[in-house]
Design a binder for this molecule. Structure first.
Ligand SMILES: Cc1cc2nc3c(=O)[nH]c(=O)nc-3n(C[C@H](O)[C@H](O)[C@H](O)COP(=O)(O)O)c2cc1C
Length: 311
C-alpha cells in the first residue's frame, strides 16, 4: 500500500477535490462509497452548513472522508476546532501558510496535506511540517497562482527536492492521467472537474453539459489583473472579463446561480482544461472503477513501449 493510501485509509488513491458548495455530502459520500476519498469543502464560508455536512457524512457512509480548510478564508478557528473534535483523520489546507496551524492539527492527530502551486510554496509547506502535498498544476480548475506552472513540471520540480508524499491535481480525468502522474512520483490523484460533471454532483445539468461539450481549448484564465485569478469555461461573460483582464467584484457572489440554477452567464463556470477530456456524465463509481482499470492497463502498455528493445 502506498504512503498516501495509508494516510487516506480508503481503497483507491483517488480524491474528489474540495469545491465550494459542490463538495458536500451528496457528492463526497458517492466518491467514498465507491472506494475513493470524498472531501467536504469549507471554502463557501457557510460554517454551520459545512459542519452539518460533516455530521451527515458520518450518518450516510462508514467510509473515510476528509475536509479542506482554506486558511485565508477562515473567519476564525471554529472550523479547525470542529474538525479536531469530530476526529477527522485527514485534512487538506490551502490558500495560506500552514505554519500557523500545523502544530494544532498534528496535536489533534490529523494528517495534513497542503495544496501548492509552485516549488517555493512546496518547500515552505514541507518546512512547516506537513505530511504531504496536493500538487496543483495550472491546467486545473479553481483559483490559480499568477505564476502558472503545469502539473508535469511541478511534480518533477518538487520531487527533485523532496521525497514528500504527493497527490497530483490538475488535468486528470482517468487512468491515463493517473499513470502519468504516478510516473512522476505522485501516489494519488485528485480530480475536480471530473467529479463536478458526475451524476451525483449537485450542480445544474447545464453546467455538466457545458463540461461535456467543452473542447481542449475551452477554458481560460480569468481576472489576471484582479484577485482571485481563476480558470473557468469560456462563455460570453468570461470572454468579456478576459478582454479587460478583470471580472466584476460581485462575480463570485453570484456563483450559486450558475452552479445550481444553470445560468451559465451569471458568474464564472470554474473548470480545468480537463473539461476537454470529459465526454459523458458518469457515476462516481464508474469514474473510479474505470480510472483504476485504465491505470493498470496504461502501466502495462507503458512498460511494453519502454523495453530495452523498443529504442
Ligand atoms: C468548480 C470547481 C470549484 C473549485 N473550488 C475549489 C475550492 O473551493 N477550494 C479548493 O481548494 N479548490 C477548489 N477547486 C480546485 C480543485 O481543488 C482542484 O485543484 C482542481 O479541480 C484540479 O483540477 P481539475 O479540475 O482539472 O481536476 C475547484 C475546482 C473546480 C473545478
Amino acid at each position: 500500500m502506498n504512503r498516501v493510501l495509508k494516510h487516506l485509509g480508503c481503497q483507491y488513491p483517488i480524491l474528489q477535490s474540495p469545491m465550494g458548495w459542490i463538495a458536500r455530502s451528496q457528492l463526497a459520500s458517492a466518491v467514498s462509497d465507491a472506494g475513493g476519498f470524498g472531501m467536504i469543502e469549507t471554502s463557501s464560508g457557510e460554517v454551520d452548513n459545512c459542519k452539518q455536512e460533516i455530521l451527515k457524512m458520518r450518518e450516510i457512509t462508514d467510509k473515510p472522508f476528509g475536509v479542506n480548510l482554506p486558511l485565508m478564508l477562515l473567519a476564525d478557528d471554529q472550523m479547525i476546532d470542529f474538525v479536531a473534535q469530530q476526529k477527522i483523520r485527514f485534512v487538506t489546507t490551502s490558500a495560506g501558510n500552514p505554519e500557523k496551524y500545523i502544530k494544532r492539527l498534528k496535536d489533534a492527530g490529523i494528517i495534513t496535506y497542503h495544496a501548492v502551486a509552485n516549488l517555493k510554496g512546496a518547500l515552505k509547506a514541507i518546512k512547516a511540517g506537513v505530511d504531504g502535498l496536493i500538487v496543483e498544476g495550472s491546467e486545473g480548475g479553481g483559483f490559480k497562482n499568477p505564476d502558472e506552472v503545469s502539473l508535469l513540471v511541478l511534480l518533477q520540480a518538487i520531487r527533485a527536492h523532496s521525497d514528500i508524499p504527493m497527490i497530483a491535481a490538475g488535468g486528470i480525468v482517468d487512468g491515463n492521467g493517473m499513470a502519468a502522474a504516478f510516473a512522476l512520483g505522485a501516489e494519488a490523484v485528485q480530480m475536480g472537474t471530473r467529479f463536478v460533471s458526475c451524476q451525483e454532483s449537485p450542480v445544474h445539468e447545464n453546467f455538466k453539459q457545458a463540461i461535456v461539450d467543452c473542447e481542449d481549448t475551452g477554458t481560460v484564465i480569468v481576472n489576471r489583473n484582479g484577485r482571485p485569478i481563476l480558470r473557468a469555461l469560456k462563455t460570453e461573460s468570461t470572454n468579456a472579463f478576459v478582454r479587460v483582464n478583470k471580472m466584476p467584484d460581485d462575480t463570485l457572489w453570484k456563483i450559486q446561480q450558475l452552479y445550481f440554477d444553470g445560468d451559465m452567464e451569471a458568474s464564472v463556470a470554474i473548470a480545468g482544461q480537463s473539461a476537454g477530456l470529459i465526454n459523458q456524465v458518469d457515476t462516481a463509481r464508474q469514474i473510479i472503477e474505470n480510472t483504476i482499470e485504465q491505470f493498470f492497463s496504461a502501466q502495462q502498455k507503458s512498460a511494453e513501449r519502454a523495453t530495452k528493445l523498443s529504442f
